[in-house]
Each structure stands twice: as C-alpha cells, then as structure tokens.
Design a protein around this ligand. Sequence first.
Ligand code: SF4
Ligand code: SF4
Length: 440
Amino acid sequence: MADGAVIDSPPEADSPGPEISGELLAACVHCGFCVPVCPTWDILREENDSPRGRLYLMRAEADGRVDPQGAFAVHIGRCLGCRACESVCPAGVEYGHLLEQARARIPPRPEARRRERWLLAALTDPRPARITYAVARFIRASGLAAGLGRRLPGTVGRMLRLLAATRPTPALERPPAEPGADTTDPESGDGESYVLLEGCVMDGLFGHVHTAARRTLAMAGYREIRAPGQACCGALHAHAGLLVQARAMARANIEAFERADCDWIVTDSAGCGAGLKDYPAWLADEPEWKERAEAIASRVRDVTEILATAMKTSGDSARFPGGATTLQGRVGYDAPCHLHHGQRIQSEPLEILRSVRGLEVEELPSADRCCGGAGLYSLAHPDLAIAVRAPKLAEAQQGAYDWIATGNPGCIMYIGAGLLWSGDRTPVVHPIELVDRAWS
Ligand code: SF4
Ligand code: SF4
C-alpha cells in the first residue's frame, strides 16, 4: 500500500443502508437445502442462525416487522459470510449480497462502531496501515508473536497467534539465484500483462506470497504492470456493512486498473478476488460505474485460476516446470470459502499443486467448510469461531501433513493460529508458495 489511495469516510457512512432488496429476497423458496451446510446452524441448532432463518429475518426487517437492533442484529451478526449456503441453493439466492445489505441496515452502537473504524483504518488506510504493519512485522521477526502467542490466552494472545501465523516458512525460501541466472523479472517479457492487486493485509504481512505469485507468473510468461493509486479492495468494509466506504474503494481501484490498461487483474487473496468480482453488485445503483465495474470484474483472476488455465491451454510444457521439482512432502488443502463458494474456483488450486510431482496432495475432509476466520469474525465472535474451526484443526493434525495450503490470508492466519495454540508446528501456506519453491 506504499502508494495506495486514501479513502476518507463520507458523513453518510454512518446512516443505515438502503432497504434490503425485495427482488433478491423473493428468490428464496424456503426449501431448507441450505440449512445443514451452515456452520453456525450446525453448532447452535437455531433456525435464526441458519441461512433460511436469516433470510426470514431480512424479510421481516424489510417489511418493518422487526427492529434492526434486536434479534436481527444478533443473528445477522453471527453469520460467517462463508456463502456455503449459496453453493447448494437450487433457487440461486444471492445470499452474500443480501448479507452485506442486511449488515448495512444495523444501526451501529457508537462504541462498537468506533472500535470497528479504528481497526479497519489501522489495517486498510495507507497512512496508519504503514505503521501498523511495520510494527507487526517487527514483533513477528522478533519471535515475540509466536513465543507469547503460544502462552497468552485472551484477545492479546489471539492477535499474537494470528500475527505469528503470517510468518514466511523458511523451508520455502528460494535459494539465491546464480548471477545472471534469474529469468523471472516480473516486469520483463512480452506475454499477456497483469496487475497484481496489492491489497492491505497481503501487502503488509504477506509480501512473500506476492513475491511467489510474481515469480510464478513471470515463469509462466506473464508480464506485470504496476497500477499506482490502488486501494484496499473494500471487502472487509462490505462484510461489516460499511458499503459507502467499500464503494469508494471500488471506484478508486477501477480507476487505477483502467489506467494500467492490462489484460488481467490477478489476486492471491480469495477474499479480495471475491470482492473485486462483486464490484458490479456494490455499484449496481450507479449505471456508469456499474458498467466500468463489470469490465474490470470480467478480467479478475485468482493466481491459481490463471496458472491452471494457462497450464491447460499451453502446449509448451517448458513454461511449467512441474517435473523439475525440488519439493517433496504431503499437503493438506483447505479451500477458502471466498474461492470455493464465492468464486466457484474449486479444482484449480489442486491442479497447480498436483502439477508438482514431489507433492502428495489431499483435500481436508472439511475443505469446503469455513475455518471460522472469516475476516474479523474470529475477533468479534471468538467462541463461535473456535467451535467452527475445531474439526478442521483435528483433521489437519491427524493427516500428518508437511504443509496445510489455503489461498486466503484470513484462513492462513486463523488455521495457523489454532495449530500454534495446540503446539503443532505444521506451516500453513498459500498454494503459490509451494509451486514457486518447486519451480525454483
Ligand atoms: S436460500 Fe436457497 S436453499 Fe436456502 S431456503 Fe432459500 S431457496 Fe432454499
Ligand atoms: S454465509 Fe455461511 S454462516 Fe452465513 S448463513 Fe450462509 S452458510 Fe451460514
């Protein structure tokens, strides 16, 4: 975010959002197919904590039959936003968009809003975020995050463990290239061009994942174009119901990507990719911006998606040196919800991992279920998040994997934090880090 756009909060950001779309709500036929796949229903066994129950609440709020501050706020607030309900819905209910609209209807309690504003600004506003991430990287490098995180309970311990889980894995660092042997300059070459969404948390704490993405894309023949003026994607704001700020970030990014004039916009964060692809829905009431958002969204690709597609369509196996692997071991793959359900990208991460001959790749049995991280959810609802995560941690430990791989920063952090707390040292990494190391 070194040159990221600064988005000031307009005064209307504190007003309740527009009414929940009756048209989107009308799609639900109340069949209940979505209920058993919902992690919060699975734990709480309460209809209002299922997708169908939440949709009933949204309808009641839209009709003025419930107060948005009472049970509505509680049950809508407990939703993970994992969108597993969308994947099984036979009626095509756009639950994710409805959830964002519903959250925007909840009047913020002043104290909660202040806390949320402070946290979001610290993570996503380029000026304070620069300091936040510099301090965080220092704490991480000093070993304090892992050392204290293993011992401290409570919120501070939770935050330290999340931070510790962002550390680069030493075994995946590439050996230094021989002088003159590095052919992976991301900005050289004459292949198709791309802009990498730099993002906020990804840029601040996952620079090693960005580096791996850039190197593998360069080896696959893509050429990077820088896009100054990028902002945070806005997904964290949209999930919190702060749609005014999310839209401002979307407009800043659309302008930056249009100026860059690239073939593709690539992300290495599932949550950000889903956010970028949702820009047309966020800007649905602004026809000119919606059209521009659609043009951008049609060119957004997850890094695993663009590489898997290139592997399938390229006859030139030299571009994809999977056979010349320097990496051996067992990988347990967990699918980020915003990749698997939000973008329906399901086979591609497995395809690129399995292209590396030395890797034995398995999906975790609960790979398509939420890990409980869900953006800032694990800090707002720690007990529920821990209960959602528990089966996945057990699977990760029973599998005796060398790595757990998942393509979203929040999932890397939350699964990694859980393993650290339980004394398990299995690294949780992005799939592209494994591919990058194997191709070196
Ligand atoms: S959201 Fe879809 S699956 Fe769930 S009750 Fe409504 S129509 Fe059925
Ligand atoms: S988004 Fe996830 S947690 Fe929320 S209702 Fe749907 S399945 Fe349940």
